[in-house]
Design a protein. Structure first.
Length: 208
């Protein structure tokens, strides 16, 4: 979870600058940045959907009664984030069709509204929910959450996702990820992922 959260924080923080630096009327570059918005929102939605389906119901059954407010807050946060994601997706879709300054600023506004909501939720999840997860879920059950997120991606997106996940990652978290995957798979993704993500970031920088 810490690795996913670090990735989401970085990508969401970078997105407004990519959007704001895209020239009005440049439809080709709008497509590149809007595609990145779609990819980041896909990851965020899949991450939260996995928790909604595979984590919160189990915690509701197994956690002590005093955990009820924490679970209620997590679910309320997800609902608010879903609304923000819907607004961002709608703004990005309109920007693709009308790549002008007005629609560009609407995307920036949607990002600026969504990002602090996501950040507050990630902090609360790390401070309050992780202890419950450690206590009430088994390692295989927690592994199912990660696999749920990966299943939302197309196979050709795996290198980009892992490159994005590994970029700038704390060495301890890097070791956790390495231990959680089959050795040959990790060895492959640890090379192809950063390479693909580096190319991807260059395209984004050029688009901006």
């Amino acid at each position: 979870m810490y690795a996913i959260h670090a990735m989401l924080r970085r990508e969401l923080a970078d997105l407004p600058a990519y959007v704001a630096a895209t020239n009005a009327g440049d439809g080709e570059r709008v497509e590149v940045v809007a595609d990145h918005i779609d990819f980041v929102t896909l990851i965020l939605h899949a991450h939260h959907e996995g928790e909604d389906v595979l984590v919160w119901p189990k915690l509701a059954e197994r956690a002590p009664a005093d955990a009820v407010p924490v679970l209620a807050a997590m679910e309320a946060d997800h609902a608010e984030i879903d609304r923000g994601l819907a607004a961002l997706t709608a703004a990005a879709t309109s920007w693709r069709t009308n790549p002008d300054a007005v629609h560009r600023e609407a995307v920036v506004d949607a990002l600026r509204e969504l990002t602090p909501v996501v950040e507050a939720h990630l902090k609360a999840e790390e401070s309050d929910a992780l202890a419950l997860i450690d206590t009430c879920l088994s390692a295989p059950e927690w592994g199912e959450v990660g696999m749920h997120g990966i299943a939302s991606l197309r196979p050709e997106q795996y290198p980009l996702f892992f490159g994005m996940l590994l970029h700038g990652l704390d060495p301890t978290l890097y070791g956790v990820l390495e231990a959680s995957l089959p050795p040959e798979l990790f060895k492959q993704l640890a090379v192809s992922g950063p390479q693909e993500y580096a190319r991807y970031r260059r395209r984004l920088a050029a688009a901006a």
